[in-house]
Design a binder for this molecule. Structure first.
Ligand code: FES
Ligand SMILES: [Fe+2]
Length: 355
């Protein structure tokens, strides 16, 4: 019998701090879709992995990511999104940085003995692209990921147009729950019959959950497939991926629309969820709007359960239960995907040292 993670891992601020440093500080995290920073000089700002960052497309066409804090005395450099001309100028004392992050000009700094502009460039993050999405890593020396363990290829096989899609709907909410609860809830459909009235009669018999390396995929296996025949190409209709540590990718209505949900921990018991729908046409059809409205309801149902679990984890009557699994059959109702996720958490935080 597999025991879940200890309740304190969802409530202890010390664990949260370790996760931000050792997990979100080292993982590849989704920042935005490439279409949001497509042209030279364009930029977006966002909070990612607990840090305020800016993504900037240089005049040379290269996309770079920086901490959004001036090297002089830490004023925020950029707001929102937009297009830059030649430099990024700090609103406080007008230090000016090139789009490559190098400090170009610091007014009156010639008077400062030993001051070298080269020592004060913006702190970079590593940047990579995955199926049209911009991924960043706070470790600027992180090795470029090799296809994200096969996930990029799988996404592109199902959504060849994904890199050219554009966002058509965005929903943001702050949930009163630890980020891991939101992931864990997504990683099992054990709750689908009871907690999702919006699903109607959910047929669990053909729902499967395939676990890869740092990602997993759930979906309905094509009629007539054997139980063990659960390769990604046999899934039809709605399917839902999870990618380490906290991103959900999902098919919407077909190959020309796509859903993503990003999760940003705001504290040990608070998580910002941003859901975005993308389409090839850049428009939301009536059919897709109806589907997306249903998705909004499904996520509201999930929010209700994870916030309830967060409160329950503080109960003196809860000491940690048991996972209900049937991994061999990759059964959709089984909690083996959640088990995989919790193993990665234990590995990252160093076994029981965090208990
Ligand atoms: S804080 Fe940016 S120029 Fe002073
Ligand atoms: Fe759910």
């Amino acid at each position: 019998m597999q025991r879940p993670l200890p309740p304190s891992w969802y409530t202890d601020p010390a664990i949260h701090q370790r996760e931000m440093a050792d997990l979100f500080g080292r993982a590849w995290l989704p920042a935005c879709h490439g279409s949001e920073v497509a042209t030279a000089g364009s930029y977006v700002t966002l909070r990612c992995g607990g840090q305020e960052i800016a993504l900037v497309r240089g005049r040379d066409g290269l996309l770079r990511a920086f901490h959004n804090a001036c090297r002089h005395r830490a004023h925020r450099l950029l707001e929102g999104a937009g297009t830059l001309k030649a430099v990024i100028t700090c609103p406080y004392h007008a230090w000016a940085y090139g789009l490559d992050g190098g400090l170009r000009h610091a007014p009156h700094s010639e008077a400062v003995t030993g001051f070298d502009r080269n020592d004060f460039g913006l702190r970079p993050l590593a940047v990579a692209e995955m199926a049209g999405f911009v991924m960043v890593n706070h470790d600027a020396d992180a090795a470029p990921p090799d296809g994200f363990a096969g996930l990029e290829q799988r996404l592109l096989a199902d959504f060849p147009g994904l890199p050219a899609m554009r966002p058509v709907r965005r929903r943001q909410a702050d949930l009163a729950a630890n980020w891991k609860l939101i992931v864990e809830n997504y990683l099992e459909c054990y709750h689908c019959d009871t907690a999702h009235p919006s699903f109607g009669n959910f047929d669990m018999t053909t729902w499967k959950h395939i676990v890869g390396q740092g990602w997993s995929r759930q979906g309905r296996v094509a009629q007539g497939s054997r139980d063990t025949d659960v390769g990604h190409d046999t899934i039809e209709g709605l399917s839902a991926w999870w990618q380490w540590p906290a991103v959900f990718w999902a098919r919407a209505l077909g190959p020309d629309s796509f859903v993503a949900a990003f999760h940003e921990p705001l504290g040990v018991d608070r998580t910002r969820q941003t859901r975005v729908v993308y389409t090839a046409s850049g428009e939301e059809s009536d059919e897709l709007r109806t589907f997306n409205d249903l998705f909004d309801t499904v996520f509201a149902e999930d929010t209700s359960v994870v916030e309830s679990v967060q409160r329950g984890l503080g109960s003196m009557g809860y000491r940690g239960g048991a996972l209900v699994e049937q991994e061999a059959a990759r059964a959709g109702w089984s909690e083996h995907g959640l088990h995989h996720f919790q193993d990665l958490i234990r590995e990252t935080l160093g076994g029981n040292r965090a208990a």
